[in-house]
Design a protein around this ligand. Sequence first.
Ligand code: NAD
Length: 331
Amino acid sequence: MAEQTRVLVTGAGGFIGHHLTKYLVDRGYWVRGVDTKEPEYEPTAAHEFKLLDLTEARNCHEATRNVDEVYGLAANMGGIGFIETNKAVIVRDNTFINMHTIDAARNNGVKRYLYTSSACIYPGYKQKETDVTPLREEDAYPADAEDGYGWEKLYMERVCRHYTEDFGLDTRVVRFHNIFGPLGTYDGGREKSPAAICRKIALAKDEDEIEVWGDGEQTRSYCYIDDCVEGIYRLMRSDHREPINLGQDRMISINELVDMVAAIAGKKIGKQYDLTKPQGVRGRNSDNTRLREVLKWEPTISLEEGLARTYHWIAGELEKKAATAGAVVVS
Ligand code: NAD
């Protein structure tokens, strides 16, 4: 029998890392998960789970020992409300995590390394209208990434290329576009728009209004978590070393997103706009031409289906919390 491949998933206590760990264990991999915290909503599927702070070089050496591949998902991050107001700690923590992890992987003889980049590396000047042209990988330059979080991601993409060219470490770079789904953060300040909207609607009564950041006309595309982990796996098994988009290419506005979730919840929901809140770029969508070419695949789960699964999970979590606190939630 072939020897079992041993992999490290960093950020395995987080949203995508936790789902990816389950996926890889199901596929027969031996998985070590590393994070500063355990997964919040269910136990990890990892064979070994280490609580380590990866901003420290010695912890990165311990984490990357005796593994064939590294999936690097650890990051200090959150939705637009968090990344707009925590730039220094984000670039500090993520620079340390990423540089120490890739260097430790090289020193420990890791064969393949995945870096998780973001649509936030794309230039602001290409995202000024709601009806934008979908972003192709080559649109990243001339660079004008999102201040803080986005620039660190773009820099690390280049570091991966240098480590491949100069040190022979085989790297893969994926640019996620708004990944969402169950078991993701939905409150506390780090949540992203789909989870925040699901939470607000789950807590609202029929005919209530919910707060929307900006005028709600800003556009995005959203990719369901099961498609995300499938895409990550396919990329790791491919020979494609250049950065690649991983997202859906169906663009909708935040207003449409709210209406979609309200329909799933079976509630009539009004919108109250707060123009003082951070909104990010005006419009963004993924061009999936390269994804289709390289992976012979693209995300398949519809936004309606993904949102329904996410809404019901968040509503269920809120009901559990309310039951513990002795309150009533309308969902
Ligand atoms: P997440 O916040 O749920 O998970 C990140 C995990 O990293 C967390 O569990 C956190 O505790 C851990 N972490 C933070 N600092 C650490 C440290 N010092 N040592 C060890 N672990 C640490 O985020 P996610 O959505 O699962 O994102 C995973 C990766 O994908 C990140 O690199 C993120 O930047 C990238 N990404 C995500 C999205 C998205 O829509 N979710 C979009 C673009 C890029």
